[in-house]
Design a protein around this ligand. Structure first.
Ligand code: NAP
Length: 174
């Protein structure tokens, strides 16, 4: 990727699903540091230590699956997994702000200082997701949402373990 940027083929280069030790490996050994790390991030998995580490090293963070990735394939789902958009704290804060739970989740991510990439195939929901940037959460709202850290991953990496590669999901994360 450094070569691609030097050759003018890439404007910005970054990484995805990097934990702290992997970032340390790369920044100790690179000429061009990654500008961004894209990782799963939402109130059930705020990854504060990774986020702080990235900020300290001037690496932006993009939060993927910010709404809980409800439409990923069934084989990636666990029985009885929690539903982020249906959590009572998220729903109550949404009612207080007269907006949707999805918008509260996105406003939380933006207020923390991450980028955020919700996926929707629905025109109204895409617009709604953009409009989440207008929502002003209070410190009390943020503190309440911050209580939801269950260290729960919707995308735990098992789907990337395949014959012929040496990926082991449990080694992906800190
Ligand atoms: N780097 C990586 O390894 C990695 C891994 C996973 C995902 N990602 C990326 O992250 C992005 C999003 O993640 P994701 O698709 O896993 O999950 P997500 O954005 O958390 O959730 C998508 C689900 O939320 C629904 N949704 C979207 N907006 C909504 C709203 N306002 N109200 C209610 N429901 C809403 C969508 O349904 P509708 O479409 O029907 O609206 C869809 O079922 C994607 O671009 C994906 O490629 C990256």
């Amino acid at each position: 990727m450094q070569e691609a940027q030097r050759a003018g083929l890439a404007t910005h280069i970054g990484v995805s699903n990097f934990n702290i030790s992997k970032i340390k490996n790369i920044i100790n050994d690179c000429k061009i540091a990654p500008e961004l790390n894209q990782v799963e991030m939402h109130p059930f998995l705020p990854q504060q230590e990774l986020f702080d580490f990235c900020m300290t090293h001037r690496i932006n963070v993009t939060a993927y699956s910010p709404l809980g990735s409800g439409d990923r394939p069934d084989r990636m789902k666990k029985d009885n997994e929690p539903i982020l958009m249906e959590h009572s704290i998220i729903k109550t804060i949404a009612e207080n702000h007269r907006c949707t739970p999805a918008q509260i989740l996105l406003a939380w991510a933006l207020t923390r200082g991450t980028g955020v990439i919700p996926k929707s195939t629905n025109k109204e929901r895409i617009k709604q997701n953009y409009d989440a940037s207008l929502i002003k959460l209070s410190q009390a709202d943020m503190a309440e949402i911050d209580q939801l850290d269950y260290e729960f991953r919707f995308v735990n990496g098992e789907a990337w373990e395949m014959e012929g590669n040496n990926y082991v999901a449990e080694k992906f994360w800190d």
